[in-house]
Design a protein around this ligand. Structure first.
Ligand code: TYD
Length: 208
């Protein structure tokens, strides 16, 4: 049986990677074959493009978009689609919704251009379910600050000011309204266990 494709979206610092790992452990405990991946990245080409993007802080929006969709197509063709055919549930840390928000809203690339590239590169393929983790900006900023202290990381590419963070948060919230057939908004505040239980409670939508 074909697997399911689940994606996680949201601003930086909302706790995606923790929840993805916890959800994967939960699915494995149900004997569901599960693989975690991420964008940009996931396969060999995608990871090379990720490194390229991360080393170029001030790329023009269209250049960035073309690189992201090249990475996305490679990720889809080489990794996601074969795993789904083998029956795996694939969980991706970000997918094309991130392009709609980051390149569309922050870098002013038109939504039409983004959807055209989406159609060219992955056609009608869509996630079966997308979790948008939503957290107030002061909490996500605090989590990023803690992470930076922990890993001594200063990542120019991921650095956003308060206004940009507001645009990102609002952008994802709007997407949930537009793509309500496949997207759910998850309150990312509270303990990790509480957030996971909110996510797990939405899995029933997969069989609707
Ligand atoms: P993320 O994996 O959340 O960052 P990290 O693991 O380094 O903390 O995402 C990397 C960055 O890439 C993030 O700032 C959002 C950005 N991004 C886009 O701008 N467009 C996209 O289509 C994707 C997938 C990511």
């Amino acid at each position: 049986m074909r697997g399911k494709f689940l994606t996680f979206e949201g601003a930086d610092g909302v706790g995606k990677s923790t929840q993805i790992q916890m959800l994967a452990d939960y699915l494995k405990s149900l004997n569901i074959k599960t693989k975690i991946t991420r964008e940009p990245g996931g396969d060999v080409v995608g990871e090379k493009i990720r490194a390229l993007l991360k080393s170029c802080a001030s790329l023009d929006g269209i250049c960035e978009l073309l690189l992201l969709f090249a990475a996305r197509r490679s990720h889809y063709v080489d990794l996601i689609e074969p795993l789904l055919r083998e029956g795996y549930w694939v969980i991706s840390d970000r997918f094309y919704d991130s392009s709609l928000v980051y390149q569309g809203l922050l870098k002013n690339v038109s939504i039409e251009t983004i959807m055209q590239l989406k159609q060219i590169t992955i056609g009608d393929f869509e996630p079966d379910l997308t979790f948008v983790l939503d957290l107030d900006i002061s909490s996500s900023t605090q989590r990023i600050a803690n992470r930076s202290l922990q890993f001594d990381a200063y990542d120019e590419y991921d650095r956003m000011d308060a206004e940009e963070q507001r645009v990102i948060r609002e952008g994802f919230r709007r997407l949930v309204d537009i793509f309500s057939w496949r997207m759910v908004l998850i309150n990312a505040a509270g303990s990790r266990e509480k957030v996971l239980s909110r996510i797990v409670s939405k899995l029933s939508r997969l069989s609707e």
